[in-house]
Design a binder for this molecule. Sequence first.
Ligand code: TMP
Length: 237
Amino acid sequence: MPRTRGAWTPRRAPATVRASAELELPTQPTRPGTLITIEGIDGAGKSTQVDLLAAHLGARGHHVVATREPGATPLGHELRRLLLQSEIALEPFAELLLFLADRVEHVRRVIAPALAAGAIVLCDRFSDSTIAYQGYGREADVARVRRWDEESRAGITPDLTLLLDCPVAVASARRRHATDRYQSLDPAFHQRVRDGFLALAALEPTRVRRVDASRDVAGVRDEIERVVGTWLEERRR
Ligand code: TMP
């Protein structure tokens, strides 16, 4: 199928459409809860660490909701399959919008209600992944990706982000088989994504904490428990 390239020009929506309740996104809810996101390149070991951290915090009496992007809602489940497993060619802007559609549903149906209920929400990937992959990885206009992302998350921002960081070679050795659209991209793409994540960490050092993910699972787990434990303690004061 030929890929047609052409500039996409945003159009101003007519006032009647802008006012439609169906397009309204929830604003930042009262937030007794905490949003912790876990980020990193493919093969950094995020999913394992999300499970371990959820068990650790749960055993200490916290109400924990572990979730992930893309794929945590019924629409998200379909989008995940389309984004990761299908071979349909996607224009970069279409790809961005599909990840953001997943986020709109996720924020509205899972994250915002859990935060309103006082949970610690552990989210395996969130906005930083969009900025790192669709912005830095795809070499797009990062400021523009940020603006679109901002629309999708309706004012919800992570309180703490753990960036599981390791060299691309270490992560790809762990992945062994490239099984999806992103895992099969070349090392230069993953290097740009890693550099993007590190740039985001440098921009927001208070929110984004880098964790050395080249160590073994137990070593990474121990550091994450220390960072999160200290952070929760300081927040209580
Ligand atoms: P994972 O759930 O196994 O980490 O796979 C999700 C893939 O989707 C991963 O390669 C990163 C990619 N991704 C983006 O490109 N942009 C995004 O906004 C998100 C959430 C994920």
